[in-house]
Design a protein around this ligand. Structure first.
Ligand code: MTE
Length: 327
């Protein structure tokens, strides 16, 4: 049998399903599943865990937490059902409907390793980590490289707080982050053409920037598994693939880490990935974006609108690196 591998970069933008059609199809298929169940079929939907029964057994459930108004936006937040049902999480498959499969992820207990160029290698669990940080809510824009976008109220803490706990040495030049990769329950991880685990990286200056955020909740609740439970990165001035989910390891390194997408298709998804409407993806324009739940496209903003916070990080680099800074 000849199997054609479909990579996400094989898809032209127009061939991706918009989330309204996608959710309408899911409703229809689900209705068919209920009908089918009574006929003895449709077992998939019968046995899929419900999206409402997200199993987070953290001893402390501190949500909702106070919103930090400094990052307020002039646009409404995206409907929660879109954000929690239209996802990219390749460990569970290369399609948007990964939420049912992601419910099999075991997130309690969750151990995080902090190692590399640090004063002391540390292992910490989620409860231990949450006890040492101050949680807040931030509403950020989020722009996927696929040219859709959303506005999400994330709960969590600044990545800088984790740097303070980790105490990196002066040899640390980059922060490398890694997602759990368990082929026992993550079907995507069995796809050997990808180099697992999912890895992302930031320079130390990017990691210490006040916008860099570790999200542990959304919409005033613990973060659902499909969105990266129990903790994920959010770097809103970069394309969404930099915002690595379900992190198990933070390693402080001397050399720039090779990231998951850089290894898979570096010409399209590089290390820097700063949102820039004037540098197109090789196969589509990045000038505009489609907010989830909205048929009309809106202009994409330089650094996704966060230039005041981050432009200075790249002063003097853009000339040398050209468009590489944005891929
Ligand atoms: N993190 C991991 N571990 N695996 C992934 O496949 N996808 C990335 C990013 N983080 C991904 C990941 C991409 S391409 C995007 S756009 C965002 O997660 C999507 O986040 P969301 O599903 O919460 O919208």
């Amino acid at each position: 049998m000849l199997i054609k591998r479909r990579y996400c970069w094989d898809l032209a933008e127009h061939s991706t399903t918009d989330e309204k059609t996608f959710l309408a199809r899911r409703k229809l298929v689900k209705a068919m599943g209920f009908f089918g169940a009574s006929m003895g079929v449709g077992t998939f939907f019968k046995s899929s865990p419900s999206m409402a029964s997200i199993d987070v057994k953290s001893k402390a459930n501190p949500y909702p937490v106070a919103r930090n108004r400094q990052y307020a936006l002039d646009r409404p937040v995206t409907e929660e059902s879109l954000v929690t049902r239209y996802n990219n999480f390749y460990e569970f498959g290369s399609h948007k409907n990964i939420a049912p499969a992601a419910q099999s992820m075991k997130i309690d207990p969750w151990e995080i390793l902090i190692d590399g160029e640090v004063e002391k290698v540390t292992k910490i669990d989620m409860d231990g980590l949450l006890r040492q940080v101050q949680l807040e809510e931030r509403v950020y824009r989020f722009r996927c490289v696929e040219a859709w976008s959303m506005i999400v109220p994330w709960s969590g803490f600044p990545l800088r707080a984790l740097l303070d706990l980790a105490k990196p040495t002066s040899d640390a030049k980059y922060l490398r982050m890694e997602t759990i990769a368990d082929d026992a329950y993550m079907p995507g991880v069995r796809q050997t053409w990808y180099d697992w685990p999912y890895v992302e990286g930031l320079t130390m200056a990017e990691a210490a920037n006040e916008l860099s955020f570790i999200a542990t909740g959304i919409y005033g609740k613990p973060i659902p598994k499909q969105n990266g439970a129990p903790l994920r990165l959010v770097v809103p001035w970069k394309y969404g693939f930099k915002s690595i989910k379900s992190i198990t390891r933070f390693t402080f390194v001397r050399d720039r880490p090779k990231t998951f997408w850089e290894k898979a298709q570096g010409g399209e998804y590089g290390f820097w990935a700063n949102v820039n409407p004037s540098v197109d993806h090789p196969r589509w324009s990045q000038a505009t974006e489609r907010p989830l739940g909205n048929a009309n496209r809106v202009p994409t903003l330089m650094y996704n609108g966060y230039g005041d916070f981050v432009a200075s990080l790249y002063t003097g680099m853009s000339r040398k690196l050209g468009s590489e800074l944005y891929r």
